[in-house]
Write a new protein. Structure first.
Length: 427
């Protein structure tokens, strides 16, 4: 048995990690989130709180493989300019401010069911700012629309964001695409419409203005794709991705005995890029390696915390129903503001599994941890990406209060909608 003084070591390390994630610095040294999480994993390993074999086994290779494949696709789409071209074509269809905002919400929100929301945050920021500039709209309105779109839209898919992927892989969710859509599609559509109404309420003076007919962006802004050959390969990857997702959904109805992992979908979809693009090595070098390190370290740290037995003991002594839909949504939304949504899911998921949670509770965790990103800027990495990207490109930004002024009421509405559908058993 581990000595009592050491039993609490993982919890102490976890607390330090959470504090550092909140403040992001030690003295004058600015820390990245992946560096903090890696430091936590190294600390519990050095303190003997997790054996080497257990630490290695704790790293979920399915999740890591999926993220790698999707990061390859996302990097290639960004470098080729293909996704930017598709987005420009989408925005040209709007004839009013209402239409533009709805297209951002449903266009980017829909795309986040296949592509991770962080990818769309990177690609979408310069595009919405371009549209705002051309039509004389507030950049803040379009940045908020993009942030809410990629957050809410990604709720409906097991591959829309990292926390959903973690739940789909480790949460014993059968037929994750069908399950997520069945439970979450209708409330998510409602929440996208609510986002439109809330934005219109706070920016109502700008919705009275009609934009000029969208006859296309000026020539200097309607640039061709940066790399036509890479764009062609990206198209092939998107076709494979869409086809495999459709096949996985179809197999649920045709022959449930046949199935394949989500990681296989991502790796197979990345193959055209890895095999046929001469830029493959550069793309692999530039993918989001820090996030992969973050996930590997998080798996180790959270396994150490779980093995300490502290949370099991607390659960036994607390008179709280951790399986309550309302409790899951509340904890997910609030705690994600302090530790971010992925660590929250990694910590809460074993509790739900330990208590024998059903699929309904698992999708509630997915919904709550994801829409937490609408409350405050730090609730989702995609928010930070959008704001940093906007500041670097045009100087446009959103302050904490500007985001919260719109995000707080929207998150309350979002949470209520998911609670009504999930607690009442609606699908």
């Amino acid at each position: 048995m581990v000595a009592p003084s050491m039993t609490y070591a993982p919890l102490v390390v976890l607390a330090v990690v959470f504090v550092l994630i909140a403040v992001r610095r030690i003295g004058s040294v600015r820390l990245q989130i992946w560096q903090i999480m890696l430091g936590g994993a190294v600390a519990v390993f050095a303190l003997g709180q997790i054996p080497p074999k257990v630490a290695i086994d704790a790293v979920n290779l399915d999740v890591m493989a999926f993220l790698f494949g999707m990061f390859v696709i996302g990097e290639a789409l960004e470098e080729s300019g293909y996704l930017a071209r598709l987005s420009r074509a989408l925005f040209r269809r709007a004839r009013s401010v209402d239409g533009l905002v709805l297209l951002v919400l449903f266009g980017m929100g829909g795309a986040s069911t296949l592509l991770m929301n962080d990818t769309l945050a990177i690609v979408g920021t310069p595009l919405v700012l371009l549209v705002a500039r051309r039509h004389g709209m507030p950049g803040k309105l379009m940045l908020l629309a993009l942030a809410f779109a990629v957050t809410i839209g990604s709720v409906t898919s097991p591959i829309g964001n990292p926390q959903n992927l973690l739940i789909a892989v480790d949460g014993n969710v059968r037929n994750p695409f069908v399950t997520f859509f069945a439970f979450l599609l209708v409330p998510t559509v409602i929440n996208l419409l609510l986002a439109y109404l809330v934005l219109k309420l706070f920016f109502r003076e700008h919705f009275h203005e009609l934009v000029p007919p969208a006859e296309g962006l000026p020539a200097d802004e309607e640039a061709a794709v940066a790399d036509p050959r890479l764009a062609l390969v990206c198209r092939a990857s998107l076709v494979v991705l869409s086809g495999l997702v459709a096949a996985k959904v179809a197999l649920v109805f045709l022959d449930p005995r046949v199935d394949f992992r989500l990681s296989w979908i991502a790796l197979a979809s990345a193959l055209p890029i890895l095999v046929f693009s001469p830029r493959r090595l550069g793309i692999v070098r530039r993918i989001d390696w820090p996030t992969l390190v973050f996930f590997a370290a998080m798996f180790v740290l959270m396994e150490s915390v779980w093995r300490s037995g502290i949370f099991q003991m607390v659960l036994d002594r607390m008179d709280v129903n951790v399986l309550s839909i309302a409790m899951i949504l509340l904890v997910s939304v609030v705690i994600s503001q302090f530790i971010s949504n992925v660590p929250l899911v990694a910590l809460y998921l074993p509790m739900l599994l330990h208590q024998g949670a059903s699929t309904r509770e698992m999708v509630a965790l997915a919904a709550g941890s994801t829409i937490a990103g609408n409350l405050f800027i730090l609730g989702a990495a995609s928010n930070v990406i959008i704001i940093q990207n906007a500041e670097a490109r045009t100087g446009e930004t959103l302050t904490f209060l500007e985001f919260a002024k719109v995000g707080v009421p929207l998150t309350i509405l979002n949470t209520a909608v998911y609670w009504l559908f999930l607690a009442a058993g609606g699908r």
